[in-house]
Design a protein around this ligand. Structure first.
Ligand SMILES: C[S@@+](CC[C@H](N)C(=O)[O-])C[C@H]1O[C@@H](n2cnc3c(N)ncnc32)[C@H](O)[C@@H]1O
Length: 331
């Protein structure tokens, strides 16, 4: 469905060729593999698409390369014609590049994808409202008899970060901020405004209303983030409200909407019925349970899994992106 979305929006925006497709944090490369298969089915040839992956992990970039190219290439220290660290050709013949930073990706019309990328970025500031005003939640060595050698403590006064990140109308009394998210959003906004394109962002998140979502998981269970740091995954729900604030001056935004809303609007039910007509008997059960898993609000389709769209093309207000509702406030 994401591949169909990319094709649809790219086509609507004038189908500039080659289609520069960028994925932030491609993980194991599964989403990109699926998207490329769909673009091929929809008639795009290998030279119609160029792929650019922004990945911070050298190990994962190798996994992605194996999946998408079927071969390994050497790490490139100082490329002559760009700022990538790996380049190859996909199994279908498209050129593909890896970068450590979004700023290194070549400029030009681009369709951006980010799936479960923003929730992997650190939340480095946390704030709490007190009777004396906003304070920053800091981490200190615990020399007392607390359960860990670390403890939370509140700043004595408001900090410079609290002046930057707390808005006058803030209604929450405890929340966290990911400054790195702001940096990525500003770069996306600058590029889409100047060069054209769109971004589809999929993540667990809220629209700037949830409090205190910072948490840790170890062995699939909740874990105290201050206990044995470095041994557990840290995460916080993505704050789509904050992301929209970073791009609002430059772009039109749609959503967030729930995953089930997006997928059903994209015609996933019709797609399921088509597949069921031609699939093998043993695939039937998998297709039906996969559909239910992704769209059922009590499973992965639930409210916390949102998608969002950004674009500077003002005609999109009249002709909104597939999968989203029309934002009447913006009309
Ligand atoms: C949870 S995974 C994303 C999963 C993947 N998109 C998918 O659909 O399966 C997060 C990805 O973001 C990458 N990542 C995390 N922080 C990053 C950063 N600052 N810059 C670039 N990539 C980053 C990770 O290495 C990983 O590939």
């Amino acid at each position: 469905m994401i591949g169909v979305w990319v094709f649809n929006e790219w086509y609507k925006l004038g189908s500039p060729r080659p289609l520069q497709l960028v994925e932030l944090g491609p993980g194991r490369g599964t989403l990109m593999q699926d998207v490329l298969r769909v673009l091929k089915q929809l008639g795009l040839s290998s030279t119609d698409v160029s792929i650019h992956l922004v990945e911070v992990s050298p190990e994962l970039s190798q996994t992605q390369e194996q999946k998408l190219c079927g071969t390994s290439s050497p790490y490139i220290e100082n490329p002559e014609d760009g700022d990538y660290f790996r380049k190859n050709i996909t199994t279908d013949g498209s050129s593909i590049f890896w970068y450590r930073h979004l700023t290194s990706v070549p400029r030009g019309f681009t369709m951006f994808l980010a799936n479960e990328f923003f929730d992997a970025l650190p939340v480095s500031n946390k704030f709490r409202k007190t009777d004396n005003g906003w304070r920053e939640v800091l981490i200190d060595i615990d020399e007392g008899d607390g359960p860990h050698h670390l403890r939370y403590l509140l700043s004595r006064e408001g900090t410079p970060a609290s002046k930057v990140f707390i808005k006058s109308g803030e209604t929450r009394d405890d929340f966290e901020v990911s400054p790195e998210t702001a940096v990525f959003c500003s770069e996306l906004a600058m590029r889409i405004e100047a060069d054209g394109g769109a971004a589809l962002i999929m993540d667990y998140g809220h629209n700037g209303k949830s409090c205190n979502t910072f948490r840790a998981f170890k062995n699939h269970s909740l874990h105290d983030p201050l206990c044995e740091p470095g041994t557990a995954d840290l995460t916080a729900d993505v704050d789509f409200g904050f992301m929209k604030e970073q791009v609002d001056e430059r772009l039109i935004t749609f959503g967030p909407v729930t995953q089930s809303f997006f997928l059903i609007n994209m015609g996933m039910e019709q797609r399921l019925h088509r597949l069921l007509r031609t699939c093998k008997e043993e695939e039937r059960k998998n297709l039906i349970s996969g559909y239910k898993m992704l769209t059922d609000p009590s499973k992965w389709g639930r409210d916390s899994n949102f998608a969002m769209f950004l674009s500077c093309q003002s005609f999109l207000v009249k002709y909104p992106p597939a999968g989203f509702y029309v934002d009447l406030d913006k009309e």
